[in-house]
Design a protein around this ligand. Structure first.
Ligand code: ASP
Length: 604
């Protein structure tokens, strides 16, 4: 029978005790991790958020009644124990902070009983994730997850204190709003008061934070929840958290500077990491050229080697045609893998095709001195040597080559580079390599939309030198923007840009994006109107907090750093959302639903 805690006061958390407290009478409360009966003694491991402490029930000390009660304790019972703290009689447990101490109980109350937990409350359990998420309240008791959420809280604290000291104001922006132009699908909320109309949940506070700059707030930040109804992917959450900021009267260097110092402080306070400033900067162009990625992992080399010039007149038409068509031919030299078995090479070829390449050419410089190239019979005399030379190929190396459009050839090799480094253990996991990628292209061609889209968003400022290209449809691909990303170990931690604060440039931008002024006004007229009344030059950046914590905690999954995450199909397994609602609720909203089999618009 559960008892109340009336008259009891907890002395401290379970592990907030030390040898200085020996001899004191304490009352500790928490969950039973484990009970062991050793004849006349019962040991209980008592757990709370701080960790575990050992409780000793010795019948000679606690008396028969308490001893009997202790014998009935089972895992996850919630108890309150009063007793005297003493040095452990038995062996010291070095794994525990309280390993040399124990509380010799004199009184025990069972505050709540527990059914047998669905899985043990321990790290490294192999319970299926669906079960863990369904019983999330149990899962959240596991120390590994608790450590992650404690870390998360610490990071948020540290961010708040740094930005506040730097003159940023924490200001909330609405959750029920109008669609913002980040490019993903919106989550919509029907309006009851305005039948047939919908709010959108924010994809980011983008327009509001720019408005705050227009209103003179100078520096804003928010730890903001954002919502994007994107395609299903294992590492994506439909709702996620951004550390979002905006600053006035700044240029790129100012934004990067304050953010470097923010990262330095937060990583030091959260995980004790010393970051040396300034951080490395790389243009988008050179990131793509050297790593085939706009978020290069610089913890290992194996950089891309440009073969386009070397093979421009190749006898192998796949190469020479790619160059003629303004594409590219690139290689990586995988050191020491020249003897890779055929099966693995075939798998690499499949991977390359899966990533969009037409194929994968390779040269094996076998350790016995033989060399074998998958395309050798097409080559002119000396060509193989010049390719190998260009790649600084040595006995034992494997050279992988991809040709095609510039985008495909670089990006496919960039991805193979990362996959191989992981497979071959080339990555020093203890490293934290931060990198700014700057000067992103303003536009990106979309085959599906058949038009140029803004790579970051339409409020991003192009380079002044490139402004004249805005009115030339053919040249849009060459316009560089003042957009920047912060990358950590090959993952994008955050990104932002200098904004357009001049309406003439903004209008040109809409035009380049194929957006008429009417359409632009319809979507974000409130911003454009505000821009008529004095706009400071401004800029901003947003970090993905979940990812940041995941990298700090070296967690396996983004779901392990979010208290109540959703799974791949965007559902919450614990509360079973989304769910069907009462017809009455729908009627109030003037909504009727279409049965699924007729619903052709249903997503991927
Ligand atoms: N709103 C942008 C994003 O979510 C960040 C920014 O430009 O500040 O990526």
């Amino acid at each position: 029978m559960a008892e109340s805690m009336t008259g009891l006061k907890r002395s401290s958390r379970c592990t907030a005790i030390s040898e200085d407290d020996i001899g004191k009478e304490l009352t500790l409360m928490g969950w039973v991790q484990k009970r062991r009966n050793l004849g006349a003694l019962i040991f209980v491991d008592l757990r709370d958020i701080s960790g575990i402490v050992q409780i000793l029930f010795d019948e000679d000390i606690c008396g028969h009644e308490v001893f009997e009660k202790a014998g009935s304790l089972r895992s996850e019972f919630v108890i309150a124990v009063t007793g005297k703290l003493q040095k452990r009689g038995g062996a010291v447990n070095k794994d525990l902070k309280t390993g040399s101490l124990e509380l010799a109980a004199t009184a025990l109350r069972i505050l709540s009983e527990s059914e047998t937990p669905v899985f043990p409350i321990e790290d490294d359990i192999n319970t299926k994730e669906e079960i863990r998420l369904k019983y999330r309240s149990l899962d959240l008791r596991r120390p590994a997850i608790q450590r992650n959420l404690i870390l998360r809280s610490k990071v948020m604290q540290s961010v708040r204190s740094f930005l506040t000291d730097e003159g940023f104001l924490e200001i909330e922006t609405p959750m029920l709003t109008k669609s913002t132009p980040e490019g993903a699908r919106d989550y919509l909320v029907p309006s009851r008061v305005h039948p047939g109309e919908f709010y959108a949940l924010p994809q980011s506070p983008q327009l509001f934070k720019q408005l705050l700059m227009v209103s003179g707030y100078d520096r804003y930040f928010q730890i903001a929840r954002c919502f994007r109804d994107e395609d299903l992917r294992a590492d994506r959450q439909p709702e996620f958290t951004q550390i979002d900021m905006e600053l006035s009267f700044v240029d790129v260097d100012d934004v990067l500077d304050v953010n470097e110092r923010l990262l330095q402080k937060v990583f030091k306070e959260a995980i004790g990491l010393e970051i040396e400033l300034p951080l490395q900067r790389m243009t988008w162009d050179s990131a793509m050229e050297r790593y085939g990625s706009d978020k290069p992992d610089t913890r290992f080399s194996m950089e891309l080697i440009r073969l386009s010039e070397t093979v421009a007149d190749s006898g192998f038409s796949v190469f020479s045609d790619a160059v003629k068509n303004n594409g590219g031919v690139y290689a990586i030299n995988v050191k020491g893998q020249g003897d890779m078995p055929r099966k693995r090479l075939d798998k690499l070829t499949e991977d390359a095709k899966g990533l969009g390449a037409a194929g994968l050419a390779y040269i094996q410089l076998k350790s016995d001195g033989n060399r074998k190239a998958s395309f050798e019979k097409f080559l002119k005399d000396g060509e193989l040597d010049s390719i190998i030379n260009k790649c600084q190929g040595e006995t034992g190396d494997l050279i992988l080559i991809v040709s095609g459009t510039l985008k495909i050839s670089r990006e496919v090799l960039g991805q193979l580079r990362v996959n191989l480094a992981k497979e071959l253990g080339l990555i020093d996991e203890s490293k934290y390599n931060f990198l700014w990628v700057v000067d992103f292209p303003m536009f990106e061609w979309s085959d599906t939309e058949n038009r140029y889209m803004a790579m970051h968003h339409p409020f991003t400022m192009p380079y002044e030198e490139d402004l004249h290209l805005l009115s030339d449809k053919e040249a849009l691909g060459k316009v560089r923007s003042k957009a920047y990303d912060i990358v950590l170990n090959g993952t994008e931690l955050g990104g932002g840009s200098i904004r357009i604060h001049r309406s003439d440039i903004q209008e040109k931008m809409f035009e380049a994006l194929g957006l008429s002024l009417d359409e632009a006004n319809e979507r974000f007229g409130f911003l454009l109107t505000a821009f008529k009344y004095g706009v400071p030059p401004h800029a901003g950046l947003a970090y993905g907090l979940d990812r940041m914590i995941m990298l700090m905690a070296k967690a396996q999954s983004i779901r392990d750093v979010i208290a109540f995450p959703k799974v791949k199909d965007a559902s919450d397994l614990m509360c079973d959302a989304p769910s069907v609602v009462d017809k009455k609720q729908l009627d109030e909203l003037f909504i009727s639903t279409i049965p699924e089999e007729n619903n052709e618009g249903k997503g991927e």
